[in-house]
Ligand binder design. Structure first.
Ligand SMILES: Nc1nc2c(c(=O)[nH]1)N[C@H]1C(S)=C(S)[C@@H](COP(=O)(O)O)O[C@H]1N2
Ligand SMILES: [Mo]
Length: 429
């Protein structure tokens, strides 16, 4: 811990020095090139500043500025086999600030569309191998002591279209099968302390109340570790697309296990739903060996800016630009991100920014001085405190083949062309 603190202090100093030097070299590089005195946008009073604006009462539940209308979730037939009712939409992670996704932009995947549940009619049944089976109303559920935690939810198919080759020239579609929120709810173990769990309980079945009746089984050690039943998402109730009024959250584990519109938890000695599906998920170890029966999303990262959506076509020669990315691991806390300008041949250390939390998005950055016309291959490689590091595509496919859809966490590369356009590429040997 101490070690880490002093490291980040050193880094801050470095960065300040860096800015001081940069400022001396070129006073206008960071801010751009306009001179304030001749800029009409600041010297002339715009029309909107001459009259009263809208009263807040016209918009009692606020919405983003109309100028942000392009910042939305997106979908495509490629993701849903032409069936839009199957309902999938990816998060614009390149537009995200910090490590929280606004609720309206949260990734969503629902096998039977969005259910709308009246909270008055909501019930959660907890039964099976418990001493005191129970049916809870929402109000009763919320009487348990609550906790608030920041975690991402990632569909294990994130990036899964790209095992053979790149499919999407877009960071939103290539990496946006995930989003992050501050969740409020109760640990399942807290409820189990009250109900009493029988010693032979090994599995928890979670069942959704939507038309897909999605059921998943979760091993007991995860349940007793950090499984949560949540009703709060970024300071308000869950959104309907996230399972209003209540969903299961298994921090760091596959999104599909985080059952929405949660209606039933059953404790049992054996798993009996989806056994086959979950058991075929595997994870790659740094040694190149795969682990079976794996539910956690492995360490991963991506550059979000620049990206195909945020190219450098307008950057001036000598501009100092912040390259930003996200790193995350379902197995622990991000300990570092390596960053490469040459497609992973050589790496430098990126700076971790802001909160660095377990099983959470971690923002990282690297300051770069742009040379007009330069060609780059931007690659990031994250590592976590469980001891894992992202594999190269060759390392991953040599173990996993290319038939899978799930758990692709090989490094990602953006090619910056001499015009500053940015393309999704894959570096293979
Ligand atoms: N009841 C129910 N729960 C569900 C699903 C569903 O279709 N029905 N989809 C699952 C899948 S595949 C994923 S990836 C996550 C997505 O959660 P989100 O829509 O809140 O991002 O929810 C999971 N929970
Ligand atoms: Mo999913």
């Amino acid at each position: 811990m101490n070690n880490k603190d002093s490291l980040s202090n050193e880094k801050k100093l470095d960065r300040r020095d860096f800015f001081r030097k940069t400022a001396a070299l070129s006073a206008t590089a960071l801010a751009g090139t306009s001179i304030f005195a001749d800029d009409d946008a600041i010297m002339k009073t715009p029309e909107w500043a001459t009259k009263w604006g809208d009263p807040v009462t016209t918009n009692l539940y606020g919405v983003p500025s109309a100028y942000e209308h392009n910042v939305t979730r997106r979908s495509t037939e490629l993701l849903s086999s032409g069936n839009f009712r199957a309902s999938i939409a990816v998060t614009p992670i390149h537009e995200s600030k910090g490590i929280i996704t606004p609720n309206g932009l949260f990734f969503s995947r629902s096998h039977g569309g969005t259910a709308h549940i009246d909270p008055e009619e909501y019930r959660l049944m907890i039964h099976g191998l418990v001493e005191k089976p129970i049916v809870l109303t929402l109000a009763e559920l919320k009487r348990y002591p609550s906790v608030t935690r920041i975690h991402f939810i990632e569909c294990p198919a994130n990036g899964g279209q790209e095992w053979r080759a790149t499919q999407f020239n877009s960071v939103q579609f290539a990496k946006g099968f995930m989003a992050s929120a501050e969740w409020t709810g109760v640990y399942v173990k807290t409820i189990l302390e009250d109900l009493g769990i029988k010693p032979d309980a090994q599995w928890m079945l979670a069942e959704g109340g939507d038309s897909s009746k999605m059921g998943r089984t979760v091993p007991m050690d995860k349940v007793l570790d950090d499984a949560m039943i949540v009703w709060g998402q970024n300071g308000e109730a869950l959104r309907p697309e996230q399972g209003y009024p209540v969903r299961l959250l298994l921090p760091g584990w596959e999104g599909n296990l985080c059952v929405k519109w949660l209606r039933r938890l059953e404790f049992a000695a054996e798993p009996w739903y989806c056994k086959e599906e979950t058991s075929k998920y595997t994870a790659l170890k740094p040694t190149g060996k795969a682990i079976q029966h794996f539910y956690a999303n492995e360490v991963n990262s991506t550059v979000v800016s620049p990206s195909p959506e945020i190219p450098w076509t307008d950057l001036k020669d000598g501009a100092v630009v912040e390259i930003e990315g996200l790193a995350w691991s379902g197995m622990g806390t991000i300990t570092g991100v390596d960053f490469s300008l040459d497609g992973g041949r050589t790496y430098v250390q990126a700076e971790l920014k802001g909160l660095v939390l377990p099983k959470s998005w971690t923002r990282w950055s690297y300051m770069h001085t742009y040379k007009k016309g330069e060609k780059l291959l931007l690659t990031s490689r994250a590592m976590d405190d469980a001891g894992y590091i992202q594999p190269t595509i060759d390392e991953e496919t040599s173990v996993m083949g290319v038939e899978s859809v799930y758990h692709r966490n090989a490094v990602e590369t953006w090619e910056v062309t001499e015009n500053g356009e940015v393309n999704h590429v894959q570096i293979r040997s």
